[in-house]
Design a protein around this ligand. Structure first.
Ligand code: URA
Length: 440
């Protein structure tokens, strides 16, 4: 075996590393024999030289085998959903109870806010009492009893990713597609889901800003999952406008409850339906898209999906009464209108800047140990293509302090670009790599 320095040079010069070499390197780093500066050098070499498909699988395998794995009874049809992250993305909170209420087992390991995006775990923790850290045994019990669970990654599962992700964050190597692939897929494989549906967000409020790069990452995720026997479907969805109306933790839980009560906002609805259909097909719960769509509409309209959400909140220690009384969720003291300063059509929305602005208001963390203010955020009523009149209310800021809220409202309005020319509204689903109806 070459030395650690020789392996760095090999990668730096553009040659692929074998599984044995990757295993040696990462085990040596995890055991403390190889220092952070050498691991950081290898990460930077991977960032610049990329990795071949074989190499990505090998790295994923090394990650998976660095910790424990979870498995579910073979008769379970498990499907997880992963989002690459966006602004106002509360899809997991809505989708999981819908498909779980139809008998699909949904084991989800989710993340916290990253960059300008919010995190599913932070949103859920805005529910009084809600708990997200569970052992593997407890996770399996939740899936047995409720049919769904949304928990945080435990350090025992894929410890290699746990340690290397923190180093990537400090060394400018988060954006490497092979490293993103190994990081995401190792957790999805170790968590034991047989099927995975990925919501690949594309656009101004997403990490993938154009479809070409989104296709490249999707290809890597899909081929890696399939090498480990996991079926992977990918739906590419528009992230130019913030999703739905609300951005902020408790506000997005409120919007989830509203949706499950039947108040289905169009952009959320289109994505939820597309992903839910795919989850029902992958799990062989339905034979066709049409059957799946009927079941989804029914489970929302007869209240079963909301009932599943209530059961899930209770099982994970949260107060289920939020479903009947949303004032039990944390709230901001002030609600300040956002007023349009121009007349015309919305040409673009700087969703990334909106995400960062709301983090500064307290809806996310600027530093890893910051405490989130769960009640703050914004309601944004208008989308790209909508017409605005000067002086019209286009949304609201929810803040704890009136002066800060007024400042935020005048900042947010600057992130809307207005034109006199009529603009077409945008498609919500950009592309889809999904199954045909499987034979049952
Ligand atoms: N999410 C992950 O889990 N890992 C990455 O590298 C990026 C997003």
């Amino acid at each position: 075996m070459r030395s650690i320095a020789e392996l760095i040079i090999k990668k730096r010069d553009g040659y692929p590393l074998s599984e044995e070499e990757l295993k040696y390197f990462i085990e040596s780093y995890l055991s403390g024999r190889t220092p952070e500066y050498q691991m950081a050098s290898l990460l930077m070499a991977i960032f610049f030289k990329d990795m071949e498909t074989e190499e990505i699988s090998a790295l994923t395998d090394v990650f998976v085998n660095s910790g424990s794995k979870i498995s579910f009874p073979s008769e379970y049809q498990t499907v997880d959903k992963h989002s690459t992250g966006g602004v106002g993305d509360k899809i997991s909170l809505i989708l999981a109870p819908i498909v779980a209420s139809l008998g699909v087992k949904v084991p989800m390991m989710s993340g916290r806010g990253l960059g300008h995006t919010g995190g599913t775990l932070d949103k859920l923790e805005s529910i009084p009492g809600f708990r997200t850290n569970y052992s593997a045994v407890e996770f399996r019990n939740l899936i047995d009893e409720v049919g769904m669970a949304i928990i945080s990654q435990s350090p025992k599962l894929v410890p290699a990713d746990y340690k290397i992700y923190a180093l990537r964050d400090k060394t400018g190597t988060v954006e490497s597609l092979p490293l993103i692939t190994a990081s995401i897929m190792s957790k999805k494989i170790a968590e034991g889901a047989q099927n995975l549906v990925i919501d690949m967000k594309v656009g101004a409020g997403a990490f993938m800003q154009n479809i070409e790069i989104a296709h490249k990452l999707a290809g890597m995720l899909k081929s890696t999952g399939e090498r480990f026997g996991q079926k992977v479907s990918v739906v590419f969805t528009n992230m130019n406008s913030p999703l739905g109306e609300y951005v902020g933790n408790a506000l997005e839980v409120l919007e989830t409850i509203e949706f499950l009560k039947g108040n289905r906002l169009r952009d959320i609805d289109v994505i939820v339906i597309e992903l839910a259909i795919e989850m029902l097909l992958l799990s062989k719960t339905c034979k066709s898209r049409e059957d799946a769509k009927k079941l989804i509409d029914q489970t929302i309209s007869d209240g079963s999906a909301l009932e599943k959400f209530r059961q899930f909140v209770k099982a994970q220690g949260g107060n289920p009464d939020i479903c009947d009384d949303v004032s039990l969720l944390p709230q901001a003291k002030e609600m300040i209108p956002i007023i349009s300063d121009k007349t015309g059509y919305i040409n673009s929305i700087n969703s990334r800047a909106i995400g960062y602005a709301l983090i500064h208001l307290g809806a996310g963390r600027k530093e890893a140990n910051d405490k989130i203010d769960f009640g703050v955020g914004a309601r944004l009523l208008r989308k790209i293509g909508d017409r605005l009149e000067k002086g019209e209310t286009i949304g609201f800021v929810y803040s704890q302090d009136r002066i800060q809220g007024v400042k935020m409202a005048s900042e947010l309005v600057k992130h809307y670009s207005i034109t006199e020319r009529k603009i077409e509204t945008e498609e919500t689903i950009i592309d889809s790599w999904c199954t045909d109806s499987p034979d049952i």
